[in-house]
Design a protein around this ligand. Structure first.
Ligand SMILES: Nc1nc2c(c(=O)[nH]1)N[C@H]1C(S)=C(S)[C@@H](COP(=O)(O)OP(=O)(O)OC[C@H]3O[C@@H](n4cnc5c(=O)[nH]c(N)nc54)[C@H](O)[C@@H]3O)O[C@H]1N2
Ligand SMILES: Nc1nc2c(c(=O)[nH]1)N[C@H]1C(S)=C(S)[C@@H](COP(=O)(O)OP(=O)(O)OC[C@H]3O[C@@H](n4cnc5c(=O)[nH]c(N)nc54)[C@H](O)[C@@H]3O)O[C@H]1N2
Ligand SMILES: [Mo]
Length: 761
């Protein structure tokens, strides 16, 4: 049943365009996911695998971090979850013969789509210095090579240990332990490019950098504001929660420059009625300009303060700090400025205010539309101000809901994958393992790239992910990576990062979520934490893609033994043998994991404590929830320019491209499209169907160019444009980052449209 992987690169980017859709999921979604799954893994395996997703005795969907409800459907998956599973459970294989046939230079010329289509990695491979091809290498030799380069460094801080958010709690805990025992806090992760702004803003204001709501809270809410998020594509299971909330009487406001189909109408594939007809979701659509959210929430806050009885005075008095100063700043919010910053009409904001005032229980959900701007941290702090004013934190049906991306990105952070660890965490590590962890901060993603560029970091090790494609300023990042002495990727699938290497390179293939993990003590499971702080077990059932794969915990444990030698008193061998012994250590180091092994045995797992949610306890510097009064900012747009956001199509998972369609937005057969409002296009002398280069302009005076995009007339907010990542990462300057969180500003890039320098492929 399994199709052969493509042998020639099929990417002929020739998009066709039809009108955007107004509803998400439904029958086309079911059909589409089954088609992709069957192409990758055949009919029988498709059925077996998809039935195990997110079941209590099954594996955690590698798709996203949305939680599973208590009442699971037989098929608790969604179209894009199914695609993520198929991508991993594919029957296609990358063998040593593949590497013999394709020199690295050839791989570097292939599209990410083609690389991913080649299938699962099956054996460790090594690119020797000066060599043209990867060659098979034994695990032992691979670890010896890493050890050789690591021990040759002048300082442990010349090594960088990246993590992408699919890594299990067990593997993440071992990984950070190894890095710190080796002597560095250089633990950048995908979070640095993702929800770092949420973590920074929430830690400062409520004392916990995580969301404060459960699924139950969403179901009970009176009002849900979804700002800067496209759940129809990126968190499809969230639509069921929104549907349920609506059935209970909730109102939904969408704040987005784009009218996203999933938010308009949802055809629930789990119910016969839903499949055909669907339910409208959004009550009020605020079509905001990119980066206008802080201004919007600030004005709403002023209007709340001006409304008699709207303030929850008791809550504000008992639980918050900084109210007076904030109220003073909010009073200065101005209608005209806000309308200019947001592009909204006065009547829109007045309608929003009515819904806000009618609601006793409000949740605000957000994702990358709020986190990837220069002023993202103050924007999210303003959302917190908004919720605090009416006591909407720490009561049922209300709270903050940053919707995470990667399925265990939140758990990896909880396990200590963080370049700026808290002292309390390091103290606990020291007490448990008897070594002195480094105390100075390490590199985040952007700082790691600078260090590699400047020759200050020499070994780059990645636990998953696709660093060079996911990071900003592609040319700078790739040049930086090529300066490394050694690059190492623990991966399931081939990607661009394997083709852009240091002097020496290793690709180490690992087990995926869907696969059985058997160690010396028997079958193992791992654990993950979802977006709502639920920790639960994940157990793969499929036979591993190859007998040569090692699990992530085994890779870290063996590497640690090889690098740290007998000096290390950490029982790495025991950890590899039996993951329960890792969980015992976690239970003694990480707060909230007491009695981990017992509690995770409970079907469905357990919820981590969260002071603000559970008891309105705010572990901040002031001991209260902090109002903050930052100046309002929004991106400035010079004449004749557009503000570009870089986002996901429906057929991709970050840098993994499943296909060339973006069904809900009406794009098929290509990815090099730029969505522009028809009137903006006209004003710039362009029309639908034109081919243009996107050129970004930045303070450093350098021009960054992404050539050959088809212009598509699209009903986006005025002055704004949208194009897919990772193709557009060439446009994002390394130094263009958010204040405080240092997250690349992937959602606000000033661009101009140029006539194409060359004819598009
Ligand atoms: N199928 C699939 N699922 C995924 C992923 C995937 O690639 N594919 N990626 C995973 C990951 S790691 C993450 S982080 C999440 C990402 O989930 P999302 O954040 O939904 O992903 P994006 O495609 O970046 O979409 C950003 C959304 O915010 C809107 N937006 C952009 N700028 C602004 C703004 O300034 N203000 C407002 N109000 N809205 C704005 C955009 O129009 C778009 O709807 O999804 C996760 N799930
Ligand atoms: N311009 C722009 N840039 C962005 C964004 C944006 O919106 N715009 N979004 C940012 C965001 S939110 C994120 S999270 C990052 C994502 O950055 P990353 O997490 O680094 O990238 P992914 O594309 O998710 O990584 C895919 C690779 O992970 C590997 N993989 C998959 N499953 C496993 C596994 O179980 N174990 C191991 N070891 N490897 C595995 C496969 O080899 C696959 O090729 O990109 C960021 N970059
Ligand atoms: Mo993400």
């Amino acid at each position: 049943m399994a199709a052969k992987p493509p042998t020639s690169d099929p990417v002929q980017d020739a998009p066709t365009v039809t009108a955007p859709q107004h509803a998400a999921a439904g029958l086309p979604a079911v059909g589409h996911s089954l088609r992709i799954a069957q192409q990758q893994m055949g009919v029988r395996r498709t059925a077996l695998t998809l039935l195990r997703v997110n079941q209590k005795d099954g594996f955690d969907c590698p798709g996203c971090a949305w939680p599973e409800g208590d009442h699971r459907h037989a098929a608790e998956f969604c179209e894009n979850g199914a695609k993520a599973v198929a991508e991993e459970a594919t029957l296609r294989r990358v063998t040593p013969a593949f590497f013999a046939a394709h020199p690295v230079a050839d791989l570097a010329g292939r599209s990410g789509y083609w690389l991913g289509q080649q299938g699962r990695l099956t054996q460790p491979v090594y690119l020797a210095e000066g060599a043209t091809h990867y060659e098979p290498v034994s695990w032992e030799r691979a670890f010896a090579i890493v050890a050789e380069e690591l021990t040759a460094l002048d300082s442990p801080d010349e090594a960088v240990f990246y993590t992408s958010g699919r890594t299990s709690n067990e593997a993440a805990f071992l990984y950070q332990l190894f890095a710190r025992e080796f002597g560095t806090n250089n633990l950048p992760d995908c979070s640095n490019m993702c929800h770092e702004s949420s973590g920074s803003a929430l830690t400062e204001t409520i004392g916990v950098g995580k969301g404060s709501v459960s699924l139950e809270d969403l179901h009970q809410a009176d009002l849900i504001i979804v700002a800067g998020q496209n759940p129809g594509t990126n968190h499809p299971r969230m639509l069921s929660a929104l549907e349920k909330a609506k059935a209970g009487g909730a109102k939904i406001i969408s704040v987005n420059p784009l009218p996203e189909a999933g938010l308009e109408r949802f055809k629930n594939p789990q119910t016969p009625k839903g499949l055909i007809k669907g339910a409208p979701l959004t009550d009020l659509f605020l079509q905001i300009r990119l980066g206008g959210d802080q201004a919007l929430f600030r004005l709403l806050n002023k209007l709340i303060l001006q409304t008699d009885g709207a303030l929850d005075e008791e809550f504000v008095r008992a639980h918050t700090h900084g109210f007076e100063e904030f109220a003073e700043a909010a009073a200065k919010a101005d209608w005209d400025d806000t309308l200019a910053a947001t592009g909204l009409k006065r009547a829109d904001i007045e309608s929003a205010l009515r819904l806000v005032l009618d609601s006793r229980r409000t949740v605000v959900c957000w994702a990358m539309g709020l986190t990837q701007h220069k002023h993202s941290v103050p924007t999210i702090r303003e959302v917190v101000n908004f919720l605090l004013l009416r006591g909407n934190i720490g009561r049922p049906g209300a709270g903050v809901c940053p919707v995470r991306g990667h399925s265990n990105v939140q758990g990896d952070r909880t396990m200590g994958v963080f370049e700026r660890p808290a002292d309390a965490f390091l103290d606990a590590l020291q007490a448990e393992f008897g070594f002195a962890p480094p105390r100075h901060h390490g590199y985040d993603v952007v700082r790691a790239i600078r260090a590699l560029r400047d020759g200050e970091a020499k070994v780059f090790f990645a636990m998953g992910g696709n660093f060079v494609a996911a990071s900003p300023d592609t040319e700078v990042t790739e040049a930086a990576m090529r300066r490394a002495r050694l690059t190492v990727h623990v991966s399931t699938k081939l990607n661009r990062s394997h083709a852009v290497t240091g002097a020496r390179a290793l690709v180490l293939p690992t087990l995926g979520r869907t696969e059985r993990d058997v160690q010396a003590s028997g079958a193992q499971f791992v654990t993950v934490e979802d977006s709502m702080s639920m920790v639960h077990a994940s157990r793969g059932r499929l036979a591993p893609a190859s007998p040569h794969l090692l699990s992530e915990p085994a890779i870290v444990a063996r590497l640690a033994r090889r690098v740290l030698g007998p000096e290390s008193r950490t029982p790495w061998e025991e950890f590899e043998r039996d993951y329960a012994t890792i969980r015992d250590r976690i239970s003694r180091v990480v707060p909230g994991f007491e009695d981990f092994n017992t509690r995770v045995a409970h079907p469905g797992g357990f919820t981590l404590p969260h002071g603000p949610r559970d008891a309105r306890r705010f572990p901040t510097a002031t001991g209260k929830a902090n109002f903050t009064a930052a100046p309002v900012e929004h991106p400035q747009l010079p004449e004749g320019r557009l503000l570009l956001q870089t986002l996901r199509s429906h057929d991709q998972y970050n840098t993994t491209v499943y296909g060339l369609d973006d069904r809900y937005r009406g794009i098929t057969g290509g990815r090099r499209v730029v969505l522009v409002h028809p009137e903006d296009a006209r004003a710039l002398g362009h029309a639908d169907g034109d081919h243009v280069d996107l050129v970004s302009e930045w303070a450093d005076g350098l021009e960054r160019r992404a050539p050959g995009f088809r212009l598509v007339h699209y009903p986006t907010a005025r002055g704004c444009a949208a194009a897919y990542y990772p193709e557009t990462n060439v446009l994002i300057p390394l130094d263009a980052t958010a204040d405080t969180s240092n997250t690349p500003t992937s959602k606000s890039v000033v661009v101009r449209l140029d006539s194409p320098t060359s004819t598009p492929a």
